[in-house]
Design a protein around this ligand. Structure first.
Ligand SMILES: [Zn+2]
Ligand SMILES: [Zn+2]
Length: 353
């Protein structure tokens, strides 16, 4: 008889408590399930928001992590898409209702029936979902991504959230040749957004608080780099951009950013500030501008993004850590002291404590 599999991980036992070792069970494989031995998992800023219950409704104990890369270790009896040994990834979702209009369009991230998030959610059977800070995960094959052979698993892991979160709006708002695109913020999301926008053929500008990461930005493919702490920047760049993707969760002078758009330009929010966004109507009316949001991407588009990254040699710039350093890494993420994404090496889970 098949039994649930013992799994090792790290969990936040309660709100604001440091993460500690945590043992739990993954479900036995259902016919369409893929069992994955997790090799690496990125640390996303949203892991910290949720472990600290800053968005409300957090479920504890919480095993965070939705930038998962690993190897298929076993497959259910009816799995056709993957076999043992395949290099795979799991992002922010592990299921959806699969029937609503959004799901039928491959936009499971906007599932009206509610998708099942990779951690800090409830699965269809009511069990809490546990994420990638662990040595194993079980996911339906339709929510598993293939990581192309040319992408290293560690540096590819953050593509599963940071990569798709920036790729999807760049594609939806047609970033490409002849388009001027600005990326606001050069953190985990922003640095990969710059690489993607450049590879798509757009003229790319980074808008960062200071010029401290300018050399990196240029190396990632930025054509221009401006400090937003310099008021001259806003005067100089007025009416410049077709698309601005805002990756930061800090409060901004939204009207000043909207003034940087051309006629019909769009400012797209992917970072989530905690306060409502104050915008003057005329900031939108003058120039027929759009203020929009975008959340991760569907499974089909996430695979397209991974294949695009393989074709263009794009991965994240990472700092790999053993899981024992996860709490310190959280503090460093909050201090913007990482270039540009922490990735946990899951082999460290079997190290002696
Ligand atoms: Zn994320
Ligand atoms: Zn749906």
């Amino acid at each position: 008889m098949k039994t649930a599999v013992q799994t090792k991980g790290y969990a936040a036992p309660s709100v604001n408590a440091p993460l500690v070792p945590f043992a739990f069970e993954r479900r036995e494989l259902r016919p369409h399930d893929v069992g994955i031995e997790i090799k690496f998992c990125g640390i996303c800023h949203s892991d910290i928001h949720q472990a600290r219950d800053e968005w409300g409704g957090s479920i504890f104990p919480m095993v965070p992590g939705h930038e998962i890369a690993g190897i298929v270790s076993d497959v259910g009896s009816q799995v056709t898409k993957y076999k043992v040994g395949d290099r795979v990834g799991v992002g922010c979702m592990v299921d959806s209702d699969r029937t609503c209009d959004a799901c039928r369009r491959g936009l499971e991230q906007y599932c009206s029936g509610g998708n099942v998030v990779t951690y800090n959610g409830l699965d269809k059977d009511g069990a809490p979902t546990y994420g990638g800070y662990s040595d194993r995960i079980v996911v339906d094959e339709n929510f598993v991504l293939r990581i192309p052979d040319s992408l290293p698993l560690d540096a590819a892991a953050p593509l599963l959230c940071a990569g798709i979160t920036t790729y999807s709006p760049l594609r939806h708002w047609n970033a490409g040749p002849g388009k001027k695109v600005a990326i606001v913020g050069m953190g985990g999301l922003g640095h990969v957004g710059v690489k993607l926008a450049h590879a798509l053929g757009a003229e790319v500008t980074v808008l960062s608080q200071t010029l401290s990461k300018q050399a990196d930005g240029k190396r990632f493919g930025a054509d221009h780099y401006y400090a937003t702490s310099d008021p001259q920047t806003f005067a100089k760049l007025a009416g410049t951009f077709d698309l601005i993707v805002n990756t930061v969760s800090a409060e901004l002078d939204w009207n000043a950013y909207l003034a940087l758009l051309k006629l019909d330009g769009a400012l797209v929010v992917v970072g989530a500030p905690s306060n409502p966004i104050p915008v003057a109507a005329f900031s939108l009316i003058a120039g027929r501008k759009t203020l929009a949001g975008s959340g991760i991407g569907g499974i089909k588009e996430t695979q397209e993004m991974l294949d695009f990254c393989a074709e263009h040699g794009i991965v994240c710039d990472i700092e790999t850590i053993p899981i024992q350093q996860v709490n310190e890494a959280y503090d460093r993420v909050l201090a913007s002291d990482v270039r540009y994404r922490f990735v946990i090496d899951m082999e460290s889970l079997s190290a002696p404590a």
